[in-house]
Design a protein around this ligand. Structure first.
Ligand code: AMP
Ligand code: ZN
Ligand code: FE
Ligand code: FE
Length: 292
């Protein structure tokens, strides 16, 4: 059983459509894949159609942009009812922040002497539900300004670089609660990743477990062997589910191939059982795992 619980499609900043992503997952020998686009469930229906056709198990998920102690935290939400109004409103506020940031970044880039417009971004991005800096990076590649996304971030888009613009992110503890109320479960993505400069302490994570968090993404490319060991220890101490995932973005992120990290079957089943319990407790419609 090969289980990968964190991937992105063109509904956010992956480079493949949901259909192409599910086909790639099947070709990579995965039995279970979660689609976790940033701040949207937009790709779920298309992915479900392909998963049904290919006989691969689909976990409907999302990666929510949150903030905690003045730091960005990516929160994976699995199997929530996507129509739960507080979830819809929370995601919409994040998507509005994403959309209003694009013109601001473009203005900064123009200030750097780069002739780029919103149309250049739209051309490469298509019409994703969640626009992001990677789409602006792709436009810079397309215009011949940089070689790849990494160079665009390093030169212009990362914090401290000239075209960096902050955006709204939802309070982490609120989102853990809202996803739970929607009958879903939550897992902190890449808790000690390169975008979390000082990381979370074991005490921070214990408080989040108290607030309803279900798991930690332990095996992720941003975590070295030592971090993985420490995070696994924290998860075990707190009774949290441990996941492992690729955080695949198609060709948009190097060294994140499908299945490069995987989740153990017993951990996956625990997560699904917790989601079932959350749906029963909330009275929301169950978002079931789509099994062939
Ligand atoms: P945003 O969602 O607009 O805040 O942009 C964050 C996204 O950009 C995340 O999905 C990251 O994976 C991606 N990202 C961050 N840094 C880099 C980088 N150096 N190269 C490529 N992608 C990056
Ligand atoms: Zn991404
Ligand atoms: Fe992330
Ligand atoms: Fe991700």
């Amino acid at each position: 059983m090969r289980i990968d619980l964190h991937t992105h499609s063109r509904a956010s900043d992956g480079t493949q459509t949901p259909e192409e992503l599910i086909r790639a997952a099947a070709a990579a020998g995965l039995d279970v894949v979660a689609l976790t686009d940033h701040d949207t469930s937009e790709g779920w229906a298309e992915a479900a159609g392909t998963a049904r056709e290919l006989g691969i198990t689909l976990v409907r998920g999302m990666e929510i942009s949150t903030r905690h102690n003045h730091q960005g935290v990516h929160l994976l939400g699995y199997l929530p009812d996507p129509t739960y109004p507080p979830l819809v409103e929370g995601l919409q506020r994040i998507l509005d922040g994403r959309n209003s940031r694009v013109p601001a970044v473009i203005e900064r880039l123009r200030g750097c002497g780069i002739d780029i417009s919103k149309a250049d971004v739209d051309r490469v991005a298509g019409d994703p539900a969640a626009t992001g800096r990677p789409h602006i990076a792709d436009a810079l590649v397309d215009l011949g300004v940089v070689r790849d996304r990494d160079e665009a971030f390093a030169r212009y888009l990362s914090p401290g670089r000239p075209a960096y613009v902050d955006r709204y992110a939802a309070p982490l503890v609120d989102m853990i609660r809202v996803v739970g109320e929607a009958g879903g479960v939550t897992v902190i993505a890449h808790a000690w990743g390169r975008h979390a400069p000082t990381g979370m302490t074991a005490d921070d994570i214990a408080a989040l477990a108290q607030a309803g968090l279900s798991g930690l993404e332990v095996d992720h490319q941003d975590h070295d062997t030592r971090s993985r060991k420490e995070l696994a220890g924290i998860a075990d101490d707190l009774g949290l589910v441990k996941t492992g995932s690729s955080d695949y973005h198609g060709t948009g992120k190097k060294n994140h191939e499908l299945g490069c990290n995987t989740t153990a079957p017993d951990q996956f089943e625990r997560l699904v059982d917790l989601a079932d319990a959350a749906a029963v407790a909330s009275g929301r419609p169950v978002t079931d795992v789509l099994r062939p």
